[in-house]
Write a new protein. Structure first.
Lengths: 269, 269
DNA sequence: AGAAGTTAAAGTCATAATGACTATAACTCA
DNA sequence: TGAGTTATAGTCATTATGACTTTAACTTCT
């Protein structure tokens, strides 16, 4: 019997529903040169929590699916087109907002470094190191922490890492993603061995020229992409599980012996 | 047709929020003797979809967290106390319900066979084999299919299997869970080897007497239990990640040589 | 009582995956 | 030209895995 005198009034109040998005991007770390996980936050311009930083989000529109709302949200606040967007969790504790009952359905997105640079310049949108965020509005501190945990859990296992990178990438860059997410260094040789036999990654004919060392070969991801969400059967809105798309597994044998062509890198002065 | 001339009217309509629960239990399969995954459904007693079977659920009360609502839901419809209850996914497609915009936050529960037998006898609550469900109300067919997929994905990896069983269980019973969920047979010897070295399972001093063969030893699960939901820090409502509770890993060395005591089994006539 | 049948439990063996490490190649920069 | 750095390949011991055999402990059939 969870009914005191005045509770049943509130029972009839419909909770409001909001969509929020945790946007993770890989950015080159300051001195350490190692890439790090960053995310953009927006400053609240109204009460409650006026002036605090918060996850991009807003009320769920009546004409869009949850996924669409999250994607719009992402565009509106950061001008980014999502390459990876997945539902994270629905938060609905009683004490999340002071004035009203609020259910937030939180999505998380992964974007590439070049995309992150395109972010709208504004003093109300700012990027933060994911490990440093603190003092956010509402319960967003905890949401970010949870999202980070999920990211760590998922990377060991799924195909999320590629969505931090561009269409072509070196194994060192890919390893950088893993190191940034897992927070520890990985043996380059063993990492290479493992990913050379991975199913959804294939070497290209090109190498990245312009670095100061031996030019690394470029690879590309050939596995399933996650946007739009893989819809089972006839539905419009459905969850993940994109097992199907493993069409071309270009088992690039022999490519190693053929002389690779060349691509200009960022440092080709 | 959710778009007439003016969309913005509906935009302001708050969507209603419901909680539904997919309840999985292991039940002995008919002839094959192999345990199978079953779930209870309730018959709809009002429009829409009157008379169809549906997942237990209802509107989100204003005074309970999402998790609490799911647990209440579970009790109300099946008289079951959840031993495992976790958020599955939030469904919010535009076409889920005809008359209104409906967001359903779906939880899934695992219950033990003895619990499943206690289910309220009613012609409006009935158990079905999980693989057979079809023609449910709303989009519940797809929700069940998704839940089954997640269950399969999670069992290989997490600690969910134990929540289908009682406090003590034999390795054959545990293997039965895996076989039912994964849908294929597993080698008993290899299965044993793997789980004898598993972190969160420990042999007891007892064996299960009363079968018609050599009495198997009983084991117990020593890992983290998932209810109530592992709350990070001070919050009230928070998602999974129960890594902490691995306190006692009773590394039962020597127990094999000591003569185990005996426990009566179901068939002790 | 004894043989047959069944499952529990332990062990064998070849193969695959993993972690730590070494060696060589290819490039830039001083 | 040589020092420094990363790319890439390979070695080796350890561990995990799948298929299979063997022995133990119990019930049931004759």
């Amino acid at each position: 019997m969870h009914s005191s005198a005045n509770v049943s009034e509130r029972q009839s109040q419909a909770p409001s529903v909001a969509i929020s998005t945790v946007i993770f991007a890989l950015r080159p770390g300051g001195e350490s040169q190692r890439p790090e996980i960053w995310l953009p936050l927006v400053r609240r311009i109204r009460q409650p929590h006026l002036g605090k930083w918060a996850l991009p989000g807003g009320p769920l529109g009546g004409t869009e699916s949850l996924q669409d709302a999250a994607a719009r949200n992402l565009r509106d606040t950061t001008d980014l087109e999502p390459t990876y967007l997945e539902q994270l969790y629905a938060f609905g504790g009683l004490d999340r907002a002071a004035t009203q009952r609020l259910v937030s359905i939180v999505y998380w997105a992964l974007v590439r470094p070049d995309q992150a640079d395109l972010t709208r310049a504004s003093r109300n949108v700012h990027w933060f190191r994911a490990d440093d965020v603190e003092g956010l509005a509402f319960d967003h501190d905890e949401i970010v922490a949870y999202a980070l945990g999920r990211l760590r859990g998922k990377i060991e296992y799924g195909s999320v890492a590629y969505h931090f990178l561009g269409e072509r990438f070196t194994l060192a860059q890919l390893r950088g993603v893993y190191e940034a997410v897992l927070g520890r260094e990985l043996d380059p040789a063993n990492f290479r061995r493992q990913f050379r036999s991975a199913k959804d990654i294939a070497p290209t004919e090109e190498v990245l020229q312009g670095g100061r060392n031996r030019p690394p070969r470029l690879y590309r991801y050939t596995g399933p992409h996650v946007l739009p969400p893989p819809a089972p059967a006839g539905g419009r809105e459905h969850p993940g599980r994109a097992r199907s798309l493993d069409a071309d597994h270009a088992t690039a044998d022999g490519t190693a012996s053929r002389p690779p062509s060349v691509v200009a890198g960022p440092g080709s002065s």
